[in-house]
Design a protein around this ligand. Sequence first.
Ligand code: UD1
Length: 339
Amino acid sequence: MTVLARFLVTGAAGFIGRSIVAELLRRGETVRGIDNFLTGKRENLVGLEGMEFLEGDLTDPFVCMRACAGVEIAFHEAALASVPRSVEDPVGTNRNCVDVTVNLLEAARGARVRRVVYAGSSSAYGDTPTLPKHEAMPEHPLSPYGVAKLAGEHYVRSFTRVYGLETVVLRYFNVFGPYQDPASYYSGVLAVFCRKMLAGEQPTIFGDGEQSRDFTYIDNVVHANLLAAEAPAERVSGQVLNTATGIRNTLNDTFRILRELTGYIGDPEYTQARAGDIRDSQADISRAAELMGYVPLVDFREGLRRTVEWYRETEIAEGIFKLHGQRARRVTSVVPALA
Ligand code: UD1
């Protein structure tokens, strides 16, 4: 007998998607995951054998229909992340962030999915100088990635207002933790720094290192997703909620903490700031606290400690780093615009 999945996770072979699947399975839920392996990795599915997995591309509306059939709640994590990648390839970013979101929403509506939880991004705020960033502030995205993630938000909210689909937008702030790909030029900075510093390689800081981020450990993001799925519709549906810690750290400070944790000796190399980069980012998390009882479970230092430990162990265990590296090269070679 086939058991219908109650939950759908898009981008299930990605860092955030696979972490949500793992927690759902741990809770005994039935889960379907989908990924096209554009940036997701097969290695990330290890341990998720209890999930029904579909390999497919959400740019195809029929794939979206198949993915949504029978589902009650969808977590939409699939995207082509990275600010610099979007600067190089805005069309690819649009296709894999905006087109897939509209397709998924339309399929969710057709399949009578009750709720969609959408992975938004702090990049929607862009270079507004006000700190901390509050959801009531006007957005000012700078990079094509920020624009694409914000366009997705608008579609999501439109589907609530026009069609009555329950939706929650979680605006993630610089998520990091185990399973984040450390091997690509487009990887998040903490994954890159952990890999390099553990290998004794010099990390590079783009700019003066005084830029700051509200670095958010993955467990907090998984926790927020489950709260967003469970909270009453009258409290959260149609809402945009920052998902972060509420505290920011500069890259220079972060480098110093990582030096202690990894045992790396030496200084970073400083080079030119990255195009499309914003200076400071820090969230006001009071709305998520008020509407769904969100409080961060793991603080920055503890998150970094766990992350460094994971990369350290993963490196020892069967050369997963090497696998990550091979995957990153394969992905860039099949998408010419990214090569
Ligand atoms: C942005 C979003 C984030 C989103 C991510 C998706 C903001 C504030 N954040 O992250 O929510 O999840 O895109 O990709 O818009 N850096 C170095 N050396 C490196 C790599 C990066 O110095 O080797 C610097 C970057 O120039 C940047 C900072 O580290 O100043 C963070 O970069 P990154 O981890 O790529 O994330 P954002 O672009 O901030």
